[in-house]
Design a protein around this ligand. Structure first.
Ligand SMILES: C[S@@+](CC[C@H](N)C(=O)[O-])C[C@H]1O[C@@H](n2cnc3c(N)ncnc32)[C@H](O)[C@@H]1O
Length: 147
């Protein structure tokens, strides 16, 4: 999708992900580490959220997506070296660490109703989900949908 259309031509493109940024900032404000909390944008694609949050002072930002083209678009932006980029399928990914804040916009709801329109995978249904890798006292995932 990203490779054929480009990051701004996809229907979910947002020039300013302000609601998502506000949710993550609110969550971080209630955590001891504040803006040093580990944050993951699960299925973040080419969203500008990670860039916006690092500019706002977040120091431990990760973006995960199954699309290498989406991640390449994010990596091409200024400041991307301060963000960790993971190219993986959420359905099989095993986090190597804990994240205090999980953000998802328009991703997880695709993964509960087959067929998933955006992920390429070899089998359906996926294995039962494992426990989320959040730290004790961490925030619930912040989930938003386009609209
Ligand atoms: C509708 S887009 C939303 C992208 C981003 N969250 C945003 O708000 O712009 C859905 C994203 O989820 C990714 N995705 C879908 N299934 C996935 C999976 N199983 N693992 C990781 N990423 C996935 C797609 O590649 C795409 O970037």
């Amino acid at each position: 999708m990203y490779a054929s259309r480009g990051q701004r031509q996809v229907s979910w493109y947002q020039p300013d992900p302000r609601l998502s940024a506000a949710l993550v900032m609110d969550a971080a404000a209630s955590l001891p580490a504040g803006r040093d909390s580990a944050v993951i944008d699960a299925g973040g694609g080419a969203s500008l959220l990670a860039q916006r949050l690092t500019i706002a002072g977040f120091t431990d930002m990760t973006v995960l997506d199954v699309s290498a083209a989406a991640l390449a678009a994010g990596r091409a932006r200024p400041g991307s070296g301060r963000i960790r980029w993971i190219n993986a399928d959420l359905l099989g990914w095993k986090p190597a660490r804990a994240y205090q804040i999980w953000h998802d916009r328009a991703v997880f709801h695709f993964l509960v109703t087959p067929p998933c329109p955006t992920a390429a995978r070899s089998s359906w249904p996926p294995s039962p989900p494992t426990a989320p890798s959040t730290a004790p006292g961490s925030q619930s995932p912040a989930t938003t949908r386009p609209g």
